[in-house]
Every structure is written in C-alpha cells, then in structure tokens.
Design a protein around this ligand. Sequence first.
Ligand SMILES: N[C@@H](CCC(=O)N[C@@H](CS)C(=O)NCC(=O)O)C(=O)O
Ligand code: FES
Length: 152
Amino acid sequence: MNYSSGLGGAPNANGDTTTTRVAADPDTHQDFQPTSKSSEMSFDDIVAQDIKEHPVVIYMKGYPDAPRCGFSALAVKILKLYGVPISARDILSDLKLKESVKAYSNWPTFPQVFIKGEFVGGSDIILSMHQKGELKDLLGDIAQEGEQNGSS
Ligand SMILES: N[C@@H](CCC(=O)N[C@@H](CS)C(=O)NCC(=O)O)C(=O)O
Ligand code: FES
C-alpha cells in the first residue's frame, strides 16, 4: 500500500535529521517581521475592491458549496435563502488574506459577511438579523440571482 499524505509528515526519516541546509542565505536575521506594512497593502485593496464590487461578500472557511466549518456553512445557508449573489473567498487557502480581512474589519473570527460595502458580522449576527427580519430589509434591493427576466 502506498499512500502519500502530502502535508510534510514523511514517515521514513532516517533517525538523524541534521538541519544542514544553510548554504546561501544572505540576509537571515532573527527578527523577521510578522506583519509588515511595506509592500503588501494589496490585500487590503483586495478586500476594499471585493466589497465595492460585490453587494454580498463572505470571507469564509472553504467555499459556499464546500464549507469547511459549521459557522461558515451556517452563514452561507442563511444568505442563500435570499437568493442574492454571494461572492466568497476562502481564507483558509490564503493566510495573508485572512489577516488582512481581520485587520480590515477589526473582527477576529470567520465567517465575515460584508453587505453593500459594510462589515455586517459573523454567523451569530447573520442568524440574529435573519430571525429579526433585518436581513430581509438589508438584502431586499439586491438583485435576485437567476431572475434576469423579471416578470411584471
Ligand atoms: N461566533 C462566531 C463563530 C465563528 C468563530 O468562532 N470562528 C472561529 C472558528 S471557525 C474562528 O474564525 N477563529 C479564528 C480562526 O480560525 O482563525 C460568529 O458569530 O461568527
Ligand atoms: S474550523 Fe473549527 S469551529 Fe470553525
């Protein structure tokens, strides 16, 4: 049997794992900076652009059709009830995006739902707004998905 797990769990280490691969590493400093503001502002731009261009944006774990967390699944499930187009990004596949979204909204967890350019909240808030009828008001004027030929 031959299964390869992929995620770096190589089972056939020889016992001695000397880490001697420091050949050409010019500027290795011990103080590597965790979140630099230098030339990586583009992720903030991505968030800004997402929420500007799409009325309903969810930053989630997994994708709407394949959520990878129950909280994300719940938020998607509720949003889908309204038939609005949902734009989603998987933050699990992009750590920088994940950190950028958190910084943008100042909200620590996922999912994060933005509606009409504004941060609305996570799954608790979406559920609560749904139950109170507030989501209907907020999403009401967003075009229904699959209703291009509106009947009159
Ligand atoms: N009560 C939260 C539930 C979401 C939540 O707790 N998410 C956690 C677990 S999925 C999270 O994103 N933790 C930070 C992380 O995983 O980076 C909500 O209303 O959205
Ligand atoms: S991934 Fe574990 S609770 Fe969301």
